[in-house]
Design a protein around this ligand. Sequence first.
Ligand code: NCD
Length: 356
Amino acid sequence: MQSRHLIDLCDLTTEEWEELTTLACDIRENPERYAHECDGKIMATLFYEPSTRTQMSFQTAMLRLGGRVIGFDDPNNSSVSKGESLKDTVRVVSGYADLITMRHPMAGAAKVASMYSRVPVINAGDGGHLHPSQTLTDLVTLRNEKGRFDDLCIGMCGDLKNGRTVHSLIKTMSRFPGNSFVLISTPSLRIPLYVRDQLIKSGCRFEEADSLADAIDRLDVLYMTRIQKERFATLEEYHEQSGVYILDAEKMKAAKEDLVVMHPLPRVDEITVEVDDDPRAKYFEQTEYGLYARMALIMTMLKKTDKQLATLPIGSLHACGNPNCITNRERYVPRVFRRESDMLVCDYCDEHTLEP
Ligand code: NCD
């Protein structure tokens, strides 16, 4: 892997995805061979946002590799509650641990952490932006359950605007030839501009749809997601969007025999429990693949020996227009934009901002 950190799965090459998923499959087949791979190593899990699977699977992955784990899952129990900056926390923790896994409610937070860390940082979810280790999990699931990453008609359904797993997965799958997407959501929860741009650049076919029932018979993969309650400004707005898409046994009747149904979990009400017994439902298997994906990731990241701090970029005077961007909370972070046609795009959260 070229980069020392994992912020966006698309920073890696398709060959590196291949290597990681191959390693994950080998670990799954021969776990005993890897039981001492990380002896003496320490991973810190800094979780500023709730998590069950991601945090526990990262922790289990490290323990199964022979390493140890430190960290917090409630920032109120750490110095963050006293007002410590992300920069200071990360700088200190990178003196204790060999690897940092971080989840944070603001977009771009893991990237900021990587700028101040002397050890590799893995993004375990940054706000509604990206979730690369979930996408690696999804790749391992597809490899095992579908046998390929290309020529798939992939349905993504639910909160496509705020779902970070959705953004990472679309960006990743759009790199493989022959894939097409059916993006099923209400008009207000469509994919963000930076994901749309990526789809257009990749030349992938995609359509936006309102109805799951109308689309299901064409799909090879159906990726269901919950409506991301915590990203809505008010409960009222959330209730307007919740309960719209429900996958049930009746809809499954119209689906292909070899459809693979995935979900990053947690599920709220978007898949009825009766679907769990359908052999095409693979979301619980997916959680197990996540363990092996993360073991492969930890092993690979710990091979990075470069402990140099990154050189900080020169910041712009312009501010990012996204209130959920980390640069609007951690004010010392140099603001960096890239130009795409007549727009500025924030390097941390990827949101488009008009020139000032
Ligand atoms: C997802 C997340 O946190 O983004 N869960 C996970 O990591 N498995 C999906 C979600 O919370 O809806």
